[in-house]
Ligand binder design. Structure first.
Ligand code: FAD
Length: 569
């Protein structure tokens, strides 16, 4: 197809902007492509910044994925650094650019304008917020300043405000640098995008490594202390001392240019775009952290500041500008974070998000969830570690909605597979049947993904009736622990009747026929076997999903039976 020569201007030269520029060049040799970047670098690895502070990435230049020279030589793309686009005239199709070094302002005309200005770190207006030693991490100079501060002040104690994924990555990296770390999080859990029971293992993993967690707590101000450290005031009235404070409380889409140009801004605060990444103006596209896009499951607008979507959206904008059919399929927010040897990953909306949106039980049990804790590879091969997995699916047809997982190895691989299944409209039956890699050191003949599919498919087909620990509060059911005696003695749920699975068939008379029986084991497998047997003998049996291990992960509700009852083994 013959291409009309186009003049494409791109605002922001990192993830979304640089992807768009390079893709546009691959599609058109004749287009004139100019990229404006306010900062000193283009196409740098912001995702690598925590590891640069942690000295895993030692040299600053290793963060530079591409340079202006490379863009010019390899792609014939002109990059203008320290050049801030300060206004858009959408009628004349021009932008005003301020050259930050000279202060001069000039205009450039466009046929297509792409906005990829990213997001800015939220910096609350608290007393003392501008004191030395308080940082955010967004750019290479931010990373450099934090490194220098640690070295110069010989920092020993860091306080991280916010327990999201950047807070977690910084916790890991500051511990790596030998600092003692306190994390202050306003919510009752770290990683607030996860459901609380899936975040609990993170709390335990951090506490085991000496990280001091202050949950349900927020920072109200800062004061300088003698010797150059900071006193951090907390809403509870408590105070903490720190040599370094890192604000990791989230980001806000950079929208001031778009707002001033009269482009539509959505209710989530991002630039509103359609699936072709086009804004409310037909000559202006927007991508990355600055935009809001549709959530692929809930169909609601969402702001999801992640590098993968930004890169893909940049490519899509270039495709559309060059006349190709391309559309963004929506976000799932698929993410992974490594925290001090543990890994947490998730894809799709959490249960609490679905509940908040009123979607969870909108037609009497629309969604269901299962918990399982399979090994990351075959148990007989040394070094198997469990993966705690939660899968959410539609009860009527088994369509997969989301998944969350925690473990030490192989976690992100399972979430990636499930994420792809969700994107293709897959069901739990697809997971059950999925053909996946297997050798003992990598997985199992029944991979955790297959297992998740089988457990959930049992529920959809009606081969298993499951219940959850939080349902126990409202139930007069008899709790039946079918684990071995030694396991029961190490800890059980108060009030449980104990009959090991192996003795169940000959002790049937000990069980009531006129009362619900909820069986549990350690992870949910033996209680499923008990379910299959007892329901065939006519008992009113259900299996508690995820077993005692999930019980230990769940925050104990008010029912006294839900108090763990550890005994000497
Ligand atoms: P950015 O990459 O932020 O680029 C925007 C650029 O636009 C900036 O350089 C800015 O200077 C420039 N700009 C803004 N306004 C103007 C203007 N008016 N004129 C000229 N230039 C302008 N995501 C993941 O998926 N995984 C991770 O592990 C991960 N880790 C991260 C760690 C850190 C510390 C940070 C900060 C982010 C991390 N992210 C991660 C998020 C990811 O980096 C972003 O989602 C992604 O970079 C967004 O791309 P973008 O193009 O929208 O914005």
């Amino acid at each position: 197809m013959a291409m009309k020569k186009k003049r494409i201007l791109i605002v922001g030269g990192v993830a979304g902007g640089a992807s768009c520029a390079a893709r546009a060049r691959r599609l058109s040799e004749t287009a004139e492509i100019l990229m404006f970047e306010r900062g000193e670098y283009v196409s740098f690895a912001n995702c690598g910044l925590p590891y640069y502070v942690g000295d895993v990435i030692r040299k600053e230049e290793d963060l530079l994925v591409a340079t202006p020279e490379l863009f010019r030589e390899r792609f014939n793309i002109e990059v203008r650094l320290q050049s801030e686009v300060i206004a858009i005239d959408r009628n004349r199709q021009t932008v005003s650019v301020k050259a930050l070094r000279s202060g001069s302002v000039y205009e450039e005309a466009y046929d297509a304008l792409v906005l990829s200005p990213g997001a800015s770190a939220i910096r609350p207006d608290l007393p003392g917020i501008d004191l030395p030693g308080i940082f955010s991490l967004r750019t290479i100079p931010d990373g450099r300043r934090i490194r220098e501060w640690i070295d110069r002040s010989q920092a020993k104690r860091a306080l991280i405000v916010g327990g999201g994924y950047i807070g977690m990555e910084m916790t890991e990296n500051l511990i790596r640098r030998g600092l003692a770390v306190t994390v202050v999080e306003m919510q009752s859990q770290l990683m607030p995008l996860l459901d609380p029971e899936m975040a609990l293992p993170i709390h335990e993993a951090l506490a085991a490594q000496g990280v001091h967690l202050r949950l349900n707590e927020s920072v109200t101000g800062f004061a300088a202390e003698a010797g150059g450290s900071l006193r951090v005031q907390l809403a509870s009235g408590a105070e903490e001392s720190a040599d370094l404070v890192l604000l990791c409380i989230g980001v806000r889409p950079e929208t001031h240019l778009a707002r001033a140009a009269g482009l539509e801004i959505g209710e989530r605060g991002g630039i509103r775009v359609d699936a072709r990444m086009r804004t409310s103006n037909p000559h202006i596209w927007a991508v990355g952290d600055a935009v809001e896009v549709k959530d692929a499951v809930t169909d609601q607008y969402a702001v999801v500041p992640l590098a993968g979507p930004a890169n893909r959206q940049g490519r899509i904008a270039a495709d559309v500008i060059m006349g190709r059919e391309a559309a963004f399929r929506g976000v799932l927010g698929t993410s992974v974070v490594g925290i001090l040897g543990s890994v947490v990953a998730f894809t799709g909306p959490s249960e609490k998000t679905l509940r908040r949106l009123g979607l969870w039980k909108n037609d009497g049990g629309h969604f269901e969830k299962v918990y399982l804790h399979p090994g990351h590879h075959a148990g007989y091969y040394p070094g198997a570690n469990p993966i705690s997995l939660k899968l959410i699916f539609r009860r009527n047809d088994g369509r997969i909605v989301s998944a969350q997982a925690f473990g030490k190895e192989g976690v992100e691989r399972r979430i990636d597979v499930i994420s792809m299944a969700i994107q293709k409209g897959g069901t739990v039956f697809d997971l059950e049947e999925a053909e996946l890699c297997y050798a003992p050191q990598f997985g199992s003949a029944k991979d955790p993904v297959n297992m998740a599919g089988m457990v959930a498919a049992n529920v959809v087909r009606g081969d298993a009736q499951i219940v959850h620990w939080e349902d126990l509060e409202r139930s007069p059911a008899l709790l039946l622990d079918v684990r071995e005696l030694s396991e029961f003695q190490r800890g059980n749920v108060a009030g449980s009747t104990h009959i090991p699975l192996g003795e169940l068939r000959r002790r049937l008379t000990e069980l009531p026929r006129d009362r619900d029986i909820w069986a549990y084991c350690f992870v949910g497998q033996r209680s499923y076997y008990a379910y299959r047997a007892l329901q065939q003998y006519g008992y009113r049996i259900k299996s508690i999903s995820g077993g005692y291990k999930t019980f230990l992960q769940s925050s104990p509700p008010a029912d006294p039976r839900l108090k763990s009852n550890p005994k000497e083994g």
